[in-house]
Design a protein. Sequence first.
Length: 357
Amino acid sequence: MLLDQLAVPIVLAPLGGGPSTPRLTAAVSEAGGLGLLAWAYLSPAQAERALAETHAATAKPFGVNLFAPVPGPAPTASYAAYLERLGAWASERGEQIGEPRFDDDSWAAKLDLLLSQPPPVVTFAFGCPDAETLGRLHEAGSEAWVTVTTPEEAAQAAAAGADALVVQGIEAGGHRASFRDGDGDGDGHGDGTQYGLLSLLQLVRAELTTPLVASGGIATGAAIAAVLAAGARAAQLGSAFMLAPEAGTAEVQRDVLRSQAPTALTRAFTGRLARGARNRFMEEHADAPPAYPEIHHVTAALRRRGRERGDRDVVNLWAGETHALARELPAGEIVRLLAAEAAEAIAALCATAKPSA
């Protein structure tokens, strides 16, 4: 189990859509943690190139993250009214929206790449591949980790043969990894339950023996110590690394990460529930329906132009609840500082727990 071999119990969150880079992935692994390379939104050729660049930058183990195929396409009628309102909103500002389309992010081609060039770890979000697919990854030499947001998803992933479960709390920035978008947000697609990280860790650990990686709102060594005490084998951090020079984070997003900006959940940008810093686009399109990746493609160019001109009001500013604690330091230094803080917190906890003489 790779988790047992890490010098530091820190896993980099995938950070798809820009912040993830081979340099960032390699830097975290070089410092003793586990870097993850996001393949989301990359073409197969781009994904293969990023994999080669990461191998060139480190000989240490690292992982690759994929979005599992989502159910779909969404019925056109479910998002037609939203597109009409969005188109009018963009037109008023001299902008244009794109065309909705459904795709699986080149799932088959990327999976074939991983089977032919297997990294030590492959992680999944948005669903759990079937047992046959996980078995093929095992045969190729990769561990398969599945990101879960409920005890039910955890049980499903464990039954399919996942080697580890990345337990994602509601505090996490970026997209919710839920197997079905809508589960847990009270919109009629789920039971209305969203789990905080510590609650979810306890519930999953009580039922399963599969190793757990905790994700969501972790930004300090003390928080790493807390999730380790709650039963996780490692902590996964995303926003904490987005100010590192190795990250591909856009400047407009870096500015927000440096601030105390509050975050909220939204579907406005992609049609899938995600956490980001509040901005005008999010507030004016709070009624966005579940329709991923259709709405993602509709707003992609609008968001790209917003990043280019530094307009924070039209950019998806993905960030976790504790983003204000992110440090503007090289990624390796962040890993080392967090590890030292976690060790100090664990030592203090052990000292406190000693019975009095």
